[in-house]
Design a protein around this ligand. Structure first.
Ligand code: ADP
Ligand code: ASP
Ligand code: MG
Length: 839
């Protein structure tokens, strides 16, 4: 009988007198030091009845199984040599831990086993094939060797306590069937009762993984079966608790090798643990749960290397905790898709499909069928994909021929990502969050399944994106922070202030919003600094000097786009057209871009469109609020107006903080050239003040606004009045400043004329809905809104269908590193909220 259940054991003993089973996995038994550590843990246990179930030493089962593979291809010398290495490893640990007499006894038994094994392998080499019987027999030796060694060591380690080695093969009887090893509880229980006297106390050392089959031949409980051994012995002994000791601090919210932020789950229900185990959390074997559930024995997962930590408890009714407890993945999966209009409303199609797969011995991992019944798809192990395709093709050959079924297709290279938790049942929004996370990380979902238990939602994704998907989903459920991998190019005036702002806010963003902004790369025009996790922003300049390397922008972007971080952004704080020329490629490659650099948006229209298209096609984000008006919400305003259906008729504004300043201060009391000199000295102008005075910068901003309005505007279409006298356009900066006073008289004359008419001079940009664009020094009425702005203020007036009588005005400081960097920073936060962070 395969599905016998463990009948109630003798559990009337007082709790303190009941057995507790402790299982130590291979990872806890790697070498002599590990054995000592385990013995120390065992000695520290307060219980009077302790059953220790041990795995093979780390890696030994794999090595033993590869001996069989080598023997199958008759590589017998290689077999012998590997076997000798495995035996030596055990002999080495024995030499370290055991006194001469017990050591000799141990080595004699080891030699006898090795001789047995050699004969077995020779037999395999002769017939060049092996069945499961043989593989199981060979694989089980690892547990025999580790447990015998440990029993001998423990006996000496704790002389006051009775330590006995118990052969699991004499107790656990299993019969292998289609669902795996089925424990024969009646006979196992009978054998246990015979071997373990009711009054026995002390330490039992038991090899995990091994068992006997109904014919009396040595078999195993399947890979990772020592966990199952532990719970079988738990049931047989009526244990109070089963403790699984491993190399992590419990069941974590995701595989820690893929999600470094994974957290220990405090408690899980048996069903949750089973689901997680089945869906790839190798920390515990799924079958472990059944015997424990049957007798309601709590299971605890603990860390051999950190025994002070509480670990995870697995019980029938755990504390509620998170709705989604953990996220897992199964790799190497293929999707089989059966499609055809002839299936609609025809009963029995699914039956035939799964019947065919069953007959071919293929296990189905996930099933999904749309309610139209037009297609059914299922996931199978990738190794069986071709086999599955042929089996299904054969089963439906008539329908395929007659066209009732159009196709049987197999897509390999897939992985399953599953979110697991009892708390998902009867709660809305979980699936929404899950698929939003996929969407925001740009991950395509091929198939979806949610069981009626609502304990598990699974999605099939491309294998190459599985790791990214896992992290994105893990972050979405607040199991780990939303992490942005950031690369900053151009740590100049604005860039370095931005880094300082990021440094000062990082902690708050992490604690308040679970947002982890990690600057992982900083690049200047010549050098770059890369960090695996994050650059220490308090000290980046010194690091760059010390540990920086020559700039390689390809490598820089590849580093920022690290596969394991689903969200990546490049911040371009340069004013460089070359860097801007790369946005399209970056956006297409899944990197978001945030920038105050005007070059991309004011480049030729074709280039501008290429950037937009790349962004749209890849679903990435591109933010550039700080290109106009520094931190003022100007681009946002244009966008909001358009998106709410308003029509912008006209935009006018003062878009240069520098020019605003010059004309605010120029009141005739001092010559214009002196004011320019002064502004330069205060750092209010570009290094070459002509970059401001020429008006090109303002024209670029106007082009950016025009394009935001939807106008196909080119820089060449903007009529610009340059304030740089023609004769001074080519000379050096110093010469320019020296010769500028020669033009003061003309400028003063313009001011004088304006004043006579009660007007002021302002450098104004104008744009109308029909695409007329001008940038010029204008005379404005002294009561005009633009006449009364402070210092470096920018001001923009929007005249729209809705705001027509009374224009919408945005005004405020529009230049300076602090406000510009803050504009970039708020774009970054907008980006973070777009990828799911709740800010
Ligand atoms: P043992 O040798 O103790 O049986 P295993 O290697 O079988 O240990 O299982 C422990 C390993 O499981 C961990 O080191 C970890 O890499 C992996 N693992 C995968 N998913 C999870 C998860 N969700 N929680 C904890 N560990 C996990
Ligand atoms: N040693 C066996 C394996 O590696 C069983 C176990 O460790 O759980 O599969
Ligand atoms: Mg294990």
């Amino acid at each position: 009988m395969l599905n016998e259940t463990p009948a109630a054991a003798q559990v009337d003993a007082a709790p303190a007198a009941r057995w507790v089973v402790h299982k130590f996995g291979g990872s806890s038994l790697a070498d002599a030091d590990c054995f000592r550590r385990v013995a120390d843990i065992a000695s520290g246990l307060a219980e009077v009845r302790v059953a220790l179930v041990l795995s093979a030493c780390r890696g030994v089962t794999d090595s033993l199984l590869s001996l069989v593979t080598a023997a199958e291809s008759a590589r017998i010398e290689q077999c012998r040599a590997s076997l000798a290495r495995i035996a030596d490893r055990h002999a080495g640990i024995a030499a370290d831990l055991l006194a001469p007499a017990p050591r000799q006894a141990y080595l004699d038994a080891l030699d006898a086993d090795v001789a047995d094994l050699e004969r077995l392998l020779q037999a395999v080499a002769l017939v060049r094939t092996s069945g499961r019987d043989i593989r199981d027999r060979v694989a089980g030796f690892g547990e025999l060797w580790s447990s015998r060694l440990f029993a001998a060591f423990m006996g000496a380690h704790e002389p006051g306590r009775a330590v006995r080695w118990l052969d699991a093969r004499e107790i656990v009887v299993v019969e292998w069937g289609p669902l795996g090893p089925g424990v024969q509880w009646a006979s196992s229980r009978e054998r246990a009762a015979r071997a373990i006297a009711a009054e026995l106390e002390g330490v039992l050392v038991i090899p995990g993984f091994v068992a006997t089959d109904t014919r009396g031949l040595q078999t195993t409980l399947g890979r990772n079966g020592s966990d199952f051994s532990a719970s079988i012995f738990g049931a047989l002994l009526g244990a109070r608790e089963i403790v699984i000791w491993t190399d992590v601090s419990g069941v974590l919210s995701a595989d820690p090798s893929q999600v470094p932020d994974a957290k220990t789950i405090a408690s899980l229900s048996y069903s949750e643990a089973m689901e997680l185990a089945y869906f790839g959390a190798t920390v515990i074997h799924p079958q472990t749960m059944a015997p424990a559930v049957e007798q309601d024995i709590p299971i605890r997962i603990r860390n051999t290397f950190a025994p002070q930590e509480p670990g995870t408890s697995i019980v029938a009714a755990p504390d509620p905790g998170e709705r989604v407890k953990g996220i897992t993945t199964i790799a190497d999966v293929a999707l089989v898709n059966l499609e055809g209009a002839g299936m609609i409303g025809v009963p029995g199609t699914a039956h035939r499909l799964f019947g065919a797969l069953h007959e071919a011995g293929i296990s189905v991992i996930l099933i999904s069928q749309g309610s139209s019944e037009h297609s059914i798809c299922c996931a199978v192990p990738a190794a069986q994909a071709n086999f599955a395709e042929r089996a299904v093709g054969r089963a439906f050959s008539a329908e395929l021929r007659d066209g009732q079924i159009q196709s049987v297709t197999v897509t390999d290279g897939c992985s399953i990502v599953a979110a697991v938790g009892d708390g998902m049942a009867h709660h809305h929004g979980i699936a929404g969050k899950l698929f939003q996370a996929f969407g925001q990380a740009g991950i395509n979902v091929r198939a979806i399944a949610q069981g009626a238990s609502q304990r598990n939602i699974s999605a099939v994704v491309d294998e190459r994106e599985a790791s990214k998907a896992l992290r994105a989903v893990h972050a979405a459920f607040y199991l780990s922070p939303h992490t942005l991998s950031i690369g900053l190019i151009g740590p100049g005036t604005i860039g370095s202030v931005l880094l300082a702002q990021l440094a000062s806010q990082a902690e708050r963003l992490r604690t308040d919003f679970n947002l982890d902004l990690r600057v992982r790369g900083i690049a200047t025009s010549r050098r770059m600094l890369l960090a695996e996790r994050a650059i220490d922003l308090a000290d980046w300049r010194a690091h760059l000097d010390r540990a920086g390397e020559p700039l390689d922008l390809e490598r820089f972007t590849a580093h920022v786009a690290a596969d394991h971080l689903p969200h990546r952004v490049l911040i371009d704080c340069t004013a460089d057209a070359g860097v801007a020329g790369r946005y399209a490629d970056w956006l297409a490659a899944g990197l978001h871009v945030v920038t105050p650099n005007k070059k991309a948006n004011s480049a030729a229209l074709a280039e501008f469109r290429r950037v937009r298209q790349a962004r749209r096609a890849a679903g990435t984000q591109y933010f550039y609020e700080a290109t106009v008006g520094a931190g003022l919400p100007i681009i946002l305003t244009v966008r909001d107006l358009r998106e709410t259906g308003d029509r912008i008729r006209e935009i006018e504004g003062i878009l240069s903080g520098t020019l605003a300043y010059l004309f605010n201060v120029f009141d005739g009391s001092r010559p214009f050239s002196e004011i320019v000199r002064d502004a330069k000295a205060q750092g209010l102008t570009e290094p070459d003040p002509r970059d401001d005075l020429s008006g090109t910068d303002v024209a670029r901003k106007l082009v950016i606004l025009g394009r935001e309005m939807g106008l196909p505007l080119e820089l060449a279409n903007v009529r610009v009045e340059s304030l740089v006298p023609v004769q001074l356009r080519e000379c050096g900066i110093d010469e320019f400043l020296e010769r500028l006073p020669a033009y003061d008289a003309a400028m003063s004359a313009r001011l004088g004329e304006a004043r006579r008419d009660g007007q002021v001079l302002r450098y104004v940009a104008r744009l109308t809905a029909d695409g007329r664009a001008t940038v010029a020094l204008e005379r404005l009425d002294a009561r005009h809104a633009f006449a009364n702005i402070a210092l470096t203020d920018n001001v923009v007036r929007f005249v729209t269908d809705r705001y027509c009588d009374n224009a919408l005005v945005v005004q405020g400081p529009g230049a300076g590193p602090a406000v510009t960097a803050a504009g970039v920073f708020s774009d970054l936060l907008r980006l973070a909220s777009g990828i799911g962070a709740r800010i």
